[in-house]
Design a binder for this molecule. Structure first.
Ligand SMILES: NC(=O)c1ccc[n+]([C@@H]2O[C@H](COP(=O)([O-])OP(=O)(O)OC[C@H]3O[C@@H](n4cnc5c(N)ncnc54)[C@H](OP(=O)(O)O)[C@@H]3O)[C@@H](O)[C@H]2O)c1
Length: 267
């Protein structure tokens, strides 16, 4: 069956891989939303070989741009959308290793919290609001928000990982937004899901020594939870597993927060 998909944050990483895998089904219509088309070189190359990909420009923090992107999609699909995948996120590259008490200056603390909240929570809400009428009119009726296992308080306790709070707080907040939408739209048959992709290596450039140290700290913490953790997944492995979960999810599970395994195993 032909399906339409919108993916935000499609320039690179997991978003780009969603576009790649979904576009292999020739009958799918894949709308890839990016902030800047001209710098999305891998996506442009992919789209040049797959005519079922359309690239649209919008910043998820700009409500007007997101509504304009929805209008563009609507023109091509006849006013419907099957699956919305909210993948775009702000991941602070500089302070992932910081505890909340490491912030000496309130302005930096506020900026980190607001940047994460702006993209990872408000951006998702703008995106859902912009596309909800198309999803309502679609056949599949699925809204997937890419979250993170880091938003699970049990994992935080088990790993002892107290750093990276602005990002974790924003993902916990967006999970509750997903719950709110799920409750509101259950009777209309729309399935909302907060889906963690696992731990995925999406780095495109060599990491700084600080980023390497932060990452090693994170992995050491994760091994406290899963001692035989083998290391990050590739985007290909993660997206293939996530698509199985997305395909299989039903209305009974709306509002859930699960991983690429379809359960609460986050790695
Ligand atoms: N990688 C992991 O291990 C992991 C683990 C748990 C959860 N996740 C989640 O999985 C998703 C994808 O992660 P990733 O590792 O692929 O991230 P990534 O490589 O950092 O890519 C982030 C994407 O989001 C886009 N983006 C950022 N701000 C945006 C904005 N304001 N408007 C539109 N697009 C924006 C970026 O676009 P630009 O190219 O324009 O910057 C980029 O395409 C995120 O939701 C992340 O939180 C990832």
């Amino acid at each position: 069956m032909s399906k339409s998909y919108v993916i935000t944050g499609a320039s690179r990483g997991i978003g780009l891989e969603f576009v790649r895998q979904l576009s292999t089904v020739a009958t799918n219509q894949v709308f890839a939303i990016v902030r800047n088309k001209s710098t999305s070189t891998k996506l442009i190359e992919l789209a040049s070989n797959n005519k079922n990909i359309k690239i649209l420009e919008a910043d998820v923090t700009d409500y007007t741009q997101m509504k304009a992107a929805a209008s563009e999609v609507s023109k091509d699909t006849g006013g419907t959308l099957d699956v919305l995948i909210n993948n775009a996120a702000y991941i602070d590259p500089n302070h992932m290793g910081w505890a909340l008490t490491d912030y000496e200056h309130g302005d930096i603390l506020q900026k980190d919290l607001l940047d994460a909240f702006s993209v990872n929570v408000i951006g998702v809400i703008y995106s859902i609001n912009a596309f909800i009428n198309l999803v309502k009119a679609g056949q599949t009726k699925k809204v997937i928000t890419i979250s993170s296992g880091i938003a699970d308080p049990d994992v935080q306790w088990a790993s002892g990982f107290y750093q990276g709070a602005p990002y974790a707080i924003s993902k916990a907040a967006v999970n509750l937004a997903v719950t709110k939408y799920a409750i509101q739209f259950k009777d209309e048959g729309i399935i909302f899901l907060a889906l963690s992709p696992g731990y995925v290596d999406t780095a495109e450039e060599p990491l700084t020594p600080q980023a390497i140290a932060d990452k090693e700290g994170q992995i050491a913490a994760l091994r406290k939870v899963v001692p035989d953790f083998k290391g990050p997944l590739t985007p290909e492995e993660s997206v293939s597993a996530q698509l199985q979960v997305i395909d299989g999810i039903t209305l009974e599970a709306t509002g859930g927060f699960i991983s690429h395994h379809g359960d609460k195993n986050w790695l």
